[in-house]
Design a protein around this ligand. Structure first.
Ligand code: AMP
Length: 416
């Protein structure tokens, strides 16, 4: 690359510029508020994990098989940038001794996730999630609690028009027999499935159900439905979750094709979509129960349930009125001449009461006043060499145009 070529951002990642940050902060603030209201505490885990932690629990998912951002560090450790938060949060729950405290441990995390996916609109290699986990509780009430929390978050950011899709995928007791039935149903149809589904048929048959390829669609409707084959425990759990959601007045659509490809996912799975959107649209949040995950990581068997909400997606769809206005700059200090030291001192004095910037650029007063207008400054403090010597300045109210001379020390009281 020639030296003069500017170095651009890494492919598939993006900057979040100041103009976009108010909506970003609003989505995060809503997440924190709602998390707090439901009794969840914030946790921060590293974006770096041992690749093995992710691989051990994630074989067969796209997020891991094809999309893991994996590399060797300088010490030769095989590391990964986390593709999702749950594996790390469950690890931290045990390593940090949260498993010894009151159960369940109610946790939330807001942060970046990484997937080496094909970059396209709305899908990035670094993206952000609001992640909620209730670890150490098997009660169906926790499933409905995290669903209600996800709904409350989306409602809070102005996305109240939602479609909640729901399914149960059973557990290690009842799923194997169901999978045999599913395979038996699909085997005679194998030649008519697309290539990847032909492989799924023996390797990961549940994923046949969420295939989006048109040629595989006609066979779904007659496929056996897992909710018809749940064991007594899973069936009781499923009925309770539905009753709890009814009691919470949460509307849902039962989707027998909503699945997860991994053994450690159990029972409830759910996804939130924007209301009225077609099935192809990205979910706003998705989650479910993962009673087998802790064990898959090598810890004692511990149930858990949670969801991940896509912050990028949510901020793109947030209606304007749920985005707080950008706070304007309170004061712009404009020195007229070589007065950097004095202007910096005036700014320091004014910062006691507000947001203050200084225009140090060697340009005309007129040009600086234009900048003040563009920045939306409420006040301008003008400073000439003569005024600086006397430790006074002109304070200009930018909306009325009124201007008064004040001692520097008087500025904070006038600005407050
Ligand atoms: P998942 O962890 O795949 O179930 O996704 C949970 C949420 O994260 C989804 O609802 C998406 O909105 C969001 N998400 C997943 N992958 C990406 C990506 N590559 N770029 C942006 N958002 C994503």
């Amino acid at each position: 690359m020639p030296r003069s070529e500017p170095i651009k951002a890494v492919r598939g990642v993006r900057d979040i510029l100041p103009a976009d940050l108010p909506r970003w902060r609003a989505a995060e603030q809503a997440a924190r508020d709602v998390g707090h209201r439901f009794g969840y505490e914030e946790i921060v885990t590293p974006v770096l994990e041992h690749a093995e932690l992710i691989e051990r629990v994630g074989e067969d998912t796209d997020a891991v098989a094809k999309e893991l951002y994996r590399f060797d560090d300088r010490g030769g450790r095989n590391l990964a940038l986390r593709p999702e938060a749950t594996a790390g949060v469950v690890r931290a729950y045990f390593e940090g001794g949260l498993n010894q405290g009151p159960q369940p441990s109610r946790l939330y995390l807001i942060g970046p996730m990484f997937r080496y996916d094909r970059p396209q609109k709305g899908r990035y290699r670094q993206f952000y999630q609001f992640n909620v986990e209730a670890i150490g509780g098997a009660e169906p009430a926790l499933d409905s609690e995290v669903i209600e929390l996800a709904d409350a978050w989306l409602d809070e950011v102005g996305l109240g028009d939602l479609r909640l899709e729901l399914n149960s995928i059973g557990d290690a007791k009842c799923r194997p027999a169901y999978l045999e039935r599913l395979k038996a149903y699909y085997r005679p149809l194998k030649d008519q499935l697309h290539g990847e589904c032909q492989l799924r048929l023996e390797r990961n048959p549940l994923r046949l159900l969420d295939c989006k390829v048109p040629q595989c669609q006609p066979f779904k409707k007659d496929a056996p439905r897992i909710t018809d084959f749940l064991c007594d425990e899973c069936s009781a759990h499923w009925t309770s979750v539905l009753r709890l959601l009814d009691a919470a007045s949460l509307e849902y659509v039962l989707n027998p094709y909503l699945v997860r490809g991994l053994d450690y996912y159990t029972r409830t799975v759910f996804e939130f979509y924007p209301g009225g959107a077609s099935g192809q649209q990205d979910a706003l949040a998705s989650g479910g129960r993962y009673d087998g995950l802790a064990e898959a990581e090598g810890w004692p068997a511990t149930p858990g349930v949670g969801f991940a909400g896509g912050v990028d997606r949510v901020t793109e769809l947030m209606p304007i009125d749920s985005i707080p206005a950008k706070p304007p700059l309170d004061v712009l200090v404009i020195p007229d001449g070589d007065l950097a030291i004095e202007a910096a001192e005036v700014a320091r004095i004014c910062r006691a009461v507000g947001a203050v910037a200084v225009d140090y650029a060697p340009k005309s007063l007129k040009a600086k006043m234009r900048s003040a207008n563009k920045l939306g400054a409420r006040w301008v403090v003008l400073l000439t060499p003569d005024e600086a010597k006397r430790r006074v300045a002109q304070l200009r109210d930018m909306s009325s145009g009124d201007q008064v001379e004040l001692d520097w020390v008087e500025l904070p009281t006038r600005l407050a």
